[in-house]
Design a protein around this ligand. Structure first.
Ligand code: FAD
Ligand code: MG
Length: 344
C-alpha cells in the first residue's frame, strides 16, 4: 500500500471508531435515560408518606426493590416504637413496666436520652406523663391543676427508667416514654439508607412532611421543600436541598383544645405546660433524627435555643402571631432558601 492509501485507510478507521463511540454513547444514554419513581405507602404512623428515587431506566427493578425495603423498615420501626400500637415495645414498657428492647428500639431510646442532655431538657421523651395529663384534660375540657402537673412532672425523668443491653424497665409506676418527637426522623434515616445501599442515584423519604434526601454528584439540581405557613394556607418558604434532612414542628396541625383555647401538643418538660412561644420551627440537619429532635426542642425554647444548637444544624424559628410574626434564622439556614420568605 502506498502512503496515500495508508492515510485514506487511517481516516476511515478513525471515522468508524468515532461513529461507533457515538452510537454506543446514544444507545448507552438511551438505556440510561433518567426517571423519577415515587410511591405513597398508606397507613404510616398515622400520617402521609412519600418515597422517591431518581434512577436510570435500566435500574428500575433494583430501585423498586430498594423502595419496598424502605417502606418495610418504616413499618418495622413503627411496630416497635409506636405508642399508638398496643403491642409495640414502647407500649409494653409503658403498660406492664418492662419490655425487651430490640437493637433499633434501644438505639432510639439512647438517642432520645442523649437529646435530653444536649437540648438542656427541652427535648425529653420521658415527659409522656405530662402529655397524657394534657390529653386527659382535653377530654375533660379543663386545664390540669398545678398539683396534677407537679405530680406528672415527678415521674417525667430518665431516673424513672433502667435500660440494660436487651431490656428496659420502669422504676416509677406512673413513668412512661413517648418517642413521638424522634422516631419518625429515625425511621426516615433508616429508610433512606435502603436506597443509598442499592447505589440509587438520588432518593427522598418523607413522613408527614418531615424528610431526608440525597443526590449523587452525577445528578444535578436540588430537592424542593416547601415550609407550611403556620398562620394560613400555602407555604411561607421554599428550600432547595441536595443532601440532608428537614423537619418542621408546629402547633397548627396537632394541638389540645380546652375550653375553646388551643394548647400545643409539644410540652415544655421544664414547666409541665404546653410550649407556646413558637407556632413553627424548621430544622435542617444531616440526619432526620436530629432534625426531628431539634424541631421539637426549639419549639420549647424559641430562638434562645440557637445558643446551644450545633453549627452543622440550621433552623428557622417563627415567633409571635399572625398579626405580628417574627422570623429568626441561623446564618446557614438562608443558604437553603430558594426564594425570600413570603412574610406578607
Ligand atoms: P413533633 O414536634 O415532631 O413531636 C411532638 C411529639 O413528640 C408529640 O406528639 C409528643 O408525642 C412528643 N413530645 C411532645 N413534647 C415533647 C418534648 N418536649 N420532648 C420530646 N417529645 C415531646 N399519629 C396518629 O394519629 N396515629 C398513629 O397511628 C400514629 N402512629 C405513630 C407511630 C410512630 C412510631 C410515631 C413516631 C408517631 C405516630 N403518630 C401517630 C404521631 C404522628 O405521626 C406524629 O409523628 C406526631 O404527632 C409527632 O410529629 P409532629 O411532627 O406533629 O410533632
Ligand atoms: Mg418532629
Amino acid at each position: 500500500m502506498n502512503r496515500k492509501q495508508l492515510i485514506v485507510l487511517g481516516v476511515c478507521v478513525a471515522l468508524c471508531l468515532l461513529v461507533g463511540i457515538g452510537l454506543w454513547q446514544t444507545s448507552h444514554d438511551l438505556r440510561y435515560t433518567r426517571i423519577n419513581l415515587v410511591t405513597h405507602p398508606k397507613g404510616i404512623m398515622g400520617t402521609t408518606c412519600t418515597i422517591a428515587a431518581i434512577v436510570d431506566s435500566a435500574e428500575r427493578d433494583k430501585a423498586e426493590k430498594a423502595m419496598k425495603n424502605a417502606e418495610d423498615i418504616i413499618r418495622y420501626l413503627e411496630f416497635k416504637l409506636s405508642t399508638w400500637l398496643e403491642n409495640s415495645e414502647i407500649s409494653r414498657l409503658n403498660h406492664s413496666g418492662k419490655s425487651r428492647l430490640s437493637n433499633s428500639t434501644r438505639n432510639v431510646v439512647n438517642m432520645a436520652k442523649e437529646a435530653a442532655v444536649y437540648t438542656h431538657g427541652a427535648f425529653d421523651a420521658t415527659c409522656s406523663p405530662l402529655i397524657r395529663l394534657w390529653r386527659e384534660a382535653e377530654e375533660e375540657n379543663r386545664v390540669p391543676s398545678p398539683r396534677q402537673i407537679a405530680h406528672a412532672r415527678e415521674a417525667s425523668n430518665w431516673e424513672s427508667f433502667t435500660i440494660t443491653k436487651t431490656a428496659m424497665q420502669k422504676n416509677h409506676s406512673t413513668a412512661s416514654l413517648d418517642l413521638g418527637g424522634i422516631a419518625k426522623g429515625f425511621a426516615i434515616d433508616k429508610a433512606l439508607n435502603m436506597l443509598r445501599q442499592e447505589k440509587i442515584h438520588g432518593g427522598l423519604v418523607d413522613i408527614g412532611g418531615d424528610l431526608a434526601c440525597y443526590r449523587k454528584e452525577n445528578i444535578e439540581g436540588t430537592w424542593a421543600v416547601g415550609i407550611q405557613d403556620p398562620f394560613g394556607k400555602g407555604t411561607i418558604a421554599s428550600l432547595g436541598l441536595r443532601n440532608g434532612a428537614v423537619c418542621t414542628s408546629g402547633n397548627y396541625e396537632r394541638f389540645f383544645t380546652i375550653q375553646g383555647k388551643r394548647y400545643s401538643h409539644i410540652i415544655d418538660p421544664r414547666t409541665g405546660y404546653p410550649a407556646e412561644i413558637t407556632p413553627s420551627v424548621t430544622v435542617i440537619a444531616p440526619l432526620a433524627a436530629h432534625a426531628d429532635v431539634w424541631a421539637t426542642a426549639l419549639s420549647v425554647t424559641g430562638k434562645d435555643g440557637f445558643d446551644f444548637l450545633p453549627k452543622t444544624i440550621h433552623s428557622m424559628v417563627i415567633e409571635g402571631t399572625k398579626e405580628k410574626p417574627s422570623f429568626h434564622q441561623t446564618p446557614g439556614f438562608r443558604d437553603y432558601l430558594v426564594k425570600p420568605l413570603n412574610t406578607k
